[in-house]
Design a protein around this ligand. Sequence first.
Ligand SMILES: NC(=O)c1ccc[n+]([C@@H]2O[C@H](COP(=O)([O-])OP(=O)(O)OC[C@H]3O[C@@H](n4cnc5c(N)ncnc54)[C@H](OP(=O)(O)O)[C@@H]3O)[C@@H](O)[C@H]2O)c1
Length: 253
Amino acid sequence: MDLGLSGSRVIVTGASRGIGLATARVFAEEGADLAICARSPEPLEEAAAGLREAGGVVHTRALDVADTAALDAFVDSAAQYLGGIDIVVSNVSAGSSRVPDQWERNFATDLLPFVRLAERAHPHLVASERSGAIILVSTTSALHTTRPAGAAAYGAVKAALNHHAASLARAWAGEGIRVNTVSPGPVDFPGSGWDRRRETDLEYYETIRKRIPCGRLGRPEEVARAIAFLASPVSAFTTGQNLVVDGGFLDRV
Ligand SMILES: NC(=O)c1ccc[n+]([C@@H]2O[C@H](COP(=O)([O-])OP(=O)(O)OC[C@H]3O[C@@H](n4cnc5c(N)ncnc54)[C@H](OP(=O)(O)O)[C@@H]3O)[C@@H](O)[C@H]2O)c1
């Protein structure tokens, strides 16, 4: 299916590995131009070099999304470099560690940057002739309380983000901007948190894997395709939704 993304101008945060990189790759293969960021410059430039092979323009900036001024400057530079912004994918998270300041970390790295990214990109999305789209990358941990979610910051902060994304969808629909959420279940790739858990705590990894009816964890590209589908004009009448991509992990109707 042609998703109609050729020539789209797309921001993906946290695109040097995992779901973010896979998402940028799907957009690049569909003919979109990209602006991507991550903290470490070298992996970011490596990712960009691979994405440019698809033929599109790729703007990069090394930054911490928790730095509001740097995030604003990234959005502004992306708009300038790409000639506008049609799609924003907010993908960065501080993860689900249980360190004492994890609430502060998820607040600063997951929650506030999504709010800020949406606000800063808003005028560009309004101006988009293709009609603007925002995708929040959330998690199944926002939708249940058992392991691996639990009474911890990660799922709770992502749940707050789900609420904000759904609210923005209704607030901005009249301006032609769609806002949707994609919620992956556990996703494994080399260097991922689950990859590390398989090494350090195979029993726990297997407990989670066995709870997934598809019998395995997800792959980044499986989430990436769902993101591109929802962000694309093919989904022009879909907004305020939360698409779960989890191999059947969540038991819900
Ligand atoms: N993997 C899973 O099992 C899973 C499951 C459900 C939901 N998710 C969600 O999917 C998203 C991506 O997770 P992932 O596991 O694919 O990747 P990840 O290993 O968390 O890395 C994501 C990317 O974000 C960048 N990054 C991390 N912190 C950053 C910061 N403060 N500022 C700027 N960039 C930053 C990383 O590069 P640097 O380290 O160089 O900054 C990397 O490019 C997250 O929102 C996560 O909550 C993941």
